[in-house]
Ligand binder design. Structure first.
Ligand SMILES: Nc1nc2c(ncn2[C@@H]2O[C@H](COP(=O)(O)OP(=O)(O)OP(=O)(O)O)[C@@H](O)[C@H]2O)c(=O)[nH]1
Length: 563
């Protein structure tokens, strides 16, 4: 699939001046970095001197710090400016110190008397953003697999390695943070050999923070990763691996070119939508272009909060969040419904449309194969947590004398909200987690409504396993009670399955008089207080005559105890 809309910025260096199939172009001369930066005519850059690679790692193992060092070493950014995590461009990323969205940059590097173009994609490390990683990999021929010299292999190291391995990419293991007091690069090298079957001598040991041995990483990229296979003489074929919308400039697509060339003024067609577009501009990311803005449904609490924060910060939008849900399926028995949906098996994305039991032969829920890596001392507690989440143990492997890797089959709805947070808290932050799709299984599911004085709260409609309906319902009612400010009326909070109420809490009536402390006197102070109160009201959601602060929903979701 490829698509460029309006303005297209091609970050990869295989592009040239004419888009359609034209005469073969010879790769002829080398350019100085300054010359290339001024006017990069990529049609003349030899394909064999290009490397497309990504950095993958478990969260916090140092991808962004390594990316910064690579940008500095290649002169892409100025060392003296103390640039920190240049690829972490989004405000929310800098605030939270994590990478949320994959960013790209093109680096020019001289090695062995030749100039190379190294296209780097930074990737997020948090478990909630693994989809971003696979997207990035589709544009690469190789990866740097960064592993912390103290923490060693973690769940996402394993998951990311297999993504790269299945995509048949060259994997360069990099052991980072060798400057740490507790670093044990030898032990981590042995883990890499045991789990990934890569000889430990192939590991490059670095300190991204201090810059130690980082130049060996660039050399390994050139020597161990193959150049892309691009046939410039063929008709244009490119993969859009990321895109963004700029209100002044239109759509900016990040593309990996597989065949042909693309340049300003070309008419191009999306193979997916069959729509035609004109290319307004072509460029590379060296490193600054627009940060990217597209996100993939929530994959966890952090994902949800970050998304919310991005919409508010970048788009000034006000958002109402609903309970995260997973795509359930129902096999219909009702002839009327089958006629309506035109199929027997339907996927339910919105819990409000969950068909009732009498119209269904069976319900199916998505399951995932989860990997947990933990120091052995937490194994018992983690097994109990997994069992409480209806998980079935599949495997248990000791990756060295202190660490164990557990594999479980989980119902997706049991891990999507707060499993990761629970795992982190009961292992003092040491256990790591990742998961992959494993199809569907039959499940006893029910739809649960949350009512406020008899009115349904759409945001909190949820589908739960029958066994857990009471615990989940009770917990949501209790949390909602804590998050709702008292109001003029008494509020009955109820959880109901069908017409049956299974849990209830009550918020007592209360009237807040903001002027209570203003005895007579200062009218401007009174006005200020009333204004502040009315601004506060804008952040409220009204259900019936009850006003709910929007962040109450996030609080309810965040504090659900073990379901
Ligand atoms: N001591 C030491 N600390 C490092 C090194 N490399 C990175 N760090 C620190 O480790 C933390 C995480 O580094 P990042 O580069 O943000 O990690 P990341 O893998 O990009 O994390 P995400 O963006 O969340 O995926 C930061 O506090 C870095 O300063 C290193 O070589 N030595």
């Amino acid at each position: 699939m490829w698509a460029l809309v309006g303005r297209a910025l091609a970050p990869w260096a295989a592009g040239a001046r004419h888009a359609a199939a034209s005469e073969p172009r010879a790769a002829c001369r080398l350019f100085s970095a300054a010359e290339l930066k001024e006017k990069p005519d990529m049609s003349r850059f030899p394909v064999e001197d290009i490397r497309n690679f990504s950095i993958i790692a478990h969260v916090d193992h140092g991808k962004s710090t390594l990316a910064d060092r690579l940008l500095e070493l290649t002169g892409t950014i100025d060392k003296t400016k103390k640039n920190k995590q240049v690829l972490d461009k989004l405000q929310v990323e800098r605030e939270r110190g994590i990478t949320v969205k994959a960013q790209t940059a093109s680096l020019f590097y001289s090695f062995g008397g030749k100039q190379y173009l190294l296209n780097l994609i930074d990737t997020p490390g948090h478990v909630d953003f693994s989809y971003e990683v696979s997207r990035s990999l589709s544009a690469c021929q190789g990866v740097l697999l960064v592993v912390d010299a103290n923490e060693g292999i973690q769940a996402q190291t394993v998951a990311n390695f297999f993504l790269a391995f299945e995509a048949q990419l060259s994997v360069i293991p990099v052991i980072n943070k060798i400057d740490l007091k507790n670093a044990d690069p030898e032990r981590v090298g042995k883990q890499i050999e045991k789990v990934f079957d890569i000889p430990s001598e192939e590991c490059i040991k670095i300190s991204a923070k201090l810059g130690t041995n980082v130049d060996s990483v660039l050399q390994a990229v050139i020597e161990r990763i193959p150049p892309p296979k691009v046939h410039r003489e063929n008709p244009l074929k490119a993969l859009v691996f990321d895109s963004t919308f700029d209100q002044y400039r239109g759509v900016i697509a990040n593309i990996a070119l597989f065949d042909g060339v693309v340049s300003k003024g070309d008419k191009i067609v999306s193979a997916h939508t069959k729509k035609a577009y004109e290319v307004n501009e072509v460029g590379i990311l060296n490193p600054n272009e627009q940060p990217t803005h597209k996100l993939l449904g929530f994959l966890g609490l952090l994902h949800m909060e970050v998304f919310n924060q991005r919409l508010e910060q970048e788009y000034n939008a006000s958002v109402i969040l609903t309970t995260p849900t997973v795509p359930y399926k129902a096999v219909l028995s009702s002839a009327k419904l089958i006629k309506e949906y035109k199929e027997k098996e339907i996927t339910i994305i919105n819990p409000a449309q969950f068909p009732e039991k009498s119209k269904v032969t069976e319900y199916l829920e998505p399951v995932v194969l989860g990997t947990v890596i933990t120091p052995t001392e937490y194994t018992g507690k983690i097994m109990a947590l997994c069992q409480a989440r209806r998980a079935i143990q599949k495997n248990m492997t000791f990756i060295d004398e202190n660490r164990v890797m557990l594999k479980y089959l989980f119902p997706l709805n049991e891990i999507v909200v707060d499993f990761y947070d629970s795992l982190k808290s009961l292992s003092s932050g040491y256990a790591s987690f990742d998961y992959e799709d494993a199809g569907y299984q039959t499940a006893e599911l029910v739809k649960m409504d949350i009512l406020l004085n008899g009115n349904m709260v759409e945001e909190l409609v949820t589908v739960v396993h029958r066994e857990k309906a009471y615990t989940v319902g009770k917990s949501i009612c209790e949390r909602l009670k804590e998050s709702l400010p008292r109001q003029l009326y008494e509020i009955a909070i109820q959880a109901a399955v069908g017409s049956k109420v299974i849990a209830r809490e009550t918020v007592k009536a209360y009237r807040k008089n903001v002027l209570a402390k203003c005895y007579g006197g200062d009218i401007t102070r009174k006005m200020k207080l009333l204004k502040r109160q009315s601004e506060g009201k804008k952040k409220l959601r009204k259900i019936g005559n009850i006003e709910i602060p929007k962040d109450a929903f996030i609080k309810v979701l965040k504090t659900q105890p073990n379901k």
